[in-house]
Design a binder for this molecule. Sequence first.
Ligand code: FAS
Ligand code: PHB
Length: 396
Amino acid sequence: MRVQVAIIGAGPSGLLLGALLHQSGIDTIVIEQRSPDYVLSRIRAGVLEQGTVNLMDRIGLGKRMHAEGLVHGGFNLGYRNTRHRIDINKLTGGKNVMVYGQTEVTHDLMDARAAAGAKTVYEAENVQLHDFDGASPRVTYTKDGVQHEVQCDFIAGCDGYHGASRAAVPAGSIRQHERVYPFGWLGVLSDTPPVAHELIYSNHERGFALCSMRSKTRSRYYIQCSLDDKVERWSDQAFWDELRLRLDPEAAESMVTGPSIEKSIAPLRSFVAEPMRFGKLFLAGDAAHIVPPTGAKGLNLAASDVHYLSHGLIEYYQDKSPAGINAYSDRSLRRVWKAVRFSWWFTSLMHRFPPHEHDRGEIGQKIQEAEIDYLLGSTAASTALAENYVGLPLEV
Ligand code: FAS
Ligand code: PHB
């Protein structure tokens, strides 16, 4: 088989890229190692920047998102048992975020790709990349015991942090930067009404907590946990009791609890691979970078990578110009590093660090408290928070 672009991974990056290229008549195949149900079972992001909303609109997938998504003009910081609202709409001159789960985004993208009759292979095994630094890039995989080969002009590695794409790049050709945080997030999804109509990020002496949502009847909650914590140690009741202890009295009092329909622990790391292009292979999304979910940037960075990569590939095929694909890595990394900085800053501001943690110690905790005090009293500091939270402007 031959296509113009072979896309590895059917997460948001791969499916969004496939939709944008298909819309411009570029022939693609998406090759995914898991089943559609498995991909959809992973509970991940919840907040979309305007740029991500715009991409969904551009490919004609805005209908359900606008009907079911929740537009938020602010969020709350919980600190010293008090809730402080960050009015992102006012501070950014009218910008908002959209609360619409990654699961729904992925579902819409999967349905659209199937309806368009575009090629997608699920449960592909032993996916391998070949000759992407030469003249004849190709991808091989096994499906139902049969070996397949896809010849292509380009390969888009959209297969996440543990995927085959970045791993296929020779060690000498790639630089990798990483910071692992000394805690994780224990997340619970429940069919209970959210505790507040906007998100609450809580800095508490017992640890960070986040009250988010998927709809007006489905909530998503997180509490900071230790790196060696295990989901099995947390009954639903233990989770609800701990979460309440980390929230302001009004939230703790009004919280509606119920059985968890998903419960998992996610590690937190900052990671960036440079560059994001290797000959005919482009990395996009989590395959190239990971941010701690505190700033709600992971999914949105995947969308901005895809915005730049699709723009470059469409320009290559339609205008016969390599300018866009040649600029892709630098253009994406400029935005990636700003999001990495913001996610690191917000994570450092809102979590409790072990006293021995690198430069933290007791003075680190005092500096964190001083920064929150300053932030909550400064329009300039709150504006900086707000404009990073809604998403920095996309070039092009
Ligand atoms: P993904 O990892 O979503 O998709 C990659 C796809 O490639 C997967 O379907 C995988 O099965 C497939 N794949 C992997 N290896 C393959 C191979 N060898 N061959 C073929 N296919 C292969 N972001 C937020 O903004 N907010 C959050 O709250 C948040 N929570 C998260 C919680 C967890 C546990 C994780 C892991 C991430 C979270 N993220 C969050 C970030 C997340 O939303 C990612 O940014 C987003 O999924 C990125 O999308 P993709 O780049 O498509 O990668
Ligand atoms: C979520 O709803 O899963 C979510 C929302 C905001 C974040 C992180 C996660 O910053």
